[in-house]
Design a protein around this ligand. Structure first.
Ligand code: FES
Ligand code: FES
Length: 188
């Protein structure tokens, strides 16, 4: 009878002995997703992220912003460089779940109102790329290098861009592009 069923306790409740310890995901299964709110290229974004996801994977696989590239996935090549609250970071080493309320800028958000950023234009003008795989990361790092005040000489540019590798060896053009753009950005 219905009253008997109610007196037995909450529907679906298990006997104390049957309550199991918190379960862990099976190996290879994703960790539980948490809700993350952040700004990406000036737009508010809310999404569920796996607790172990890198910012790079969230950008590329969940937000489909594929400009930042996965080169080494170990913080050694710079192909994944984006800006976090105005500072350059390796997105492959940045845990997405810890970015609540932060602002991310990717290469897709760099140009304004259809006009290329001076650094993007300078890379074109100085032939600063060949295959282009490293280029989004180079440009994001280069913009940060200028904004940090570290583009005041070729030697300094080389030093402060040394975390961004180019397998095609386009370094001469990259340094020239940064010098050129720095002047146009008022920081050279
Ligand atoms: Fe992030 Fe290489 S992919 S540093
Ligand atoms: Fe090919 Fe840099 S342009 S890796």
């Amino acid at each position: 009878m219905a009253a008997g069923a109610l007196s037995a306790g909450p529907a679906g409740a298990q006997p104390a002995t049957a309550q199991s310890a918190p379960t862990r995901p099976a190996p290879g299964r994703p960790e539980p997703a948490g809700l993350l709110r952040l700004q990406v290229n000036g737009r508010p974004v809310t999404l569920a992220v796996d607790a172990r996801s890198s910012l790079l994977d969230v950008l590329r696989e969940q937000l489909h912003l594929t400009g930042a590239k996965k080169g080494c996935d170990h913080g050694q090549c710079g192909a994944c460089t984006v800006h976090l609250d105005g500072q350059r970071v390796a997105a492959c080493l940045t845990l997405a779940a810890r970015l609540e309320g932060r602002a991310v800028l990717t290469i897709e958000g760099l140009s304004a109102e259809g006009a290329l950023h001076p650094m993007q234009q300078a890379f074109i003008d100085h032939d600063a790329l060949q295959c282009g795989y490293c280029t989004p990361g180079q440009i994001m790092a280069a913009v940060a290098c200028v904004q940090e005040g570290n583009a005041t000489s070729r030697e300094r540019i080389r030093e402060y861009m040394s975390g961004n590798l180019c397998r095609c060896g386009a370094y001469v053009g990259i340094v020239a592009a940064i010098e050129d753009a720095a002047a146009k950005m008022g920081r050279g």
